[in-house]
Ligand binder design. Sequence first.
Ligand SMILES: Nc1ncnc2c1ncn2[C@@H]1O[C@H](COP(=O)(O)OP(=O)(O)OP(=O)(O)O)[C@@H](O)[C@H]1O
Ligand SMILES: [Mg+2]
Length: 266
Amino acid sequence: MTQTISEATPTAAATPAEPGFAVRLNQVTKVFGRGGGAPVLDGIDLTVAPGEFVCLLGASGCGKSTLLNLIADLDKPTAGTIEIGGGRPALMFQDHALFPWLTAGKNIELALKLRGVPREDRKAEAEALLELVRLGGASRKRVHELSGGMRQRVALARALAQAGDLLLMDEPFAALDAITRDVLHDELTRIWAETGRSVVFVTHNVREAVRLAERVVLMSSRPGRIAREWHIEIPQPRRIEDTGVSELSVEITDQLRGEIRRHGRA
Ligand SMILES: Nc1ncnc2c1ncn2[C@@H]1O[C@H](COP(=O)(O)OP(=O)(O)OP(=O)(O)O)[C@@H](O)[C@H]1O
Ligand SMILES: [Mg+2]
């Protein structure tokens, strides 16, 4: 039940000490409560390579958020080990979780401050991150002045302001309308390619997973285990309505349905 975080930083990525993985889970099991209950996660083995984009897909309640929280070190596994390759991971949720009393820029500057960026550099760096998520010029806006999609962009910029190489995303676009989500898929793909981060993206939306990921990992329910995985060879940028995305989504949905049927859940 250890969580180790190597001291390697993004700038140290080329050193011989590079761990060769963004995160490595070995036989991770999670039982809530005082033991005796059924495990929510059971013997999860998963390695994410540096720069890889992995979608974790599974039915509601199968343990996706639990797994992400363990990787983020918000909770501890009951058994097994989790090793992180490149600094403390950044976490982004369905809810933007921005501080409403701060402007967009100040929300990002706070993350930079926590990372230890000197005060005089924070403003320019926050501006650059807002540019990256195509919100240049919005730095003085308060959270309530932003649309849902804009808030998630700020939340993404804030996650990118953190030091770690690994971005953990828990259904970050689930509350958005389809068109805004589509635009943000494009943006995330672009930013992932530009920044070289590793991403673990949780979703129960099969098409979203196939649209985004290099690898889709399907989890079973009760207990959460890795049921199957697919390497997605369709070149980026993809569109959610591409034939290849649709065909693979049908195949994966059939598997997911099988998982849900097996556990008697709708
Ligand atoms: N802190 C907790 N204490 C007890 N049980 C928990 C706790 N957190 C999660 N669980 C249980 O663990 C199981 C997995 O929950 P989790 O939130 O990880 O699922 P999920 O796959 O993220 O679902 P969803 O797609 O609905 O977000 C559920 O049965 C849930 O009730
Ligand atoms: Mg969840």
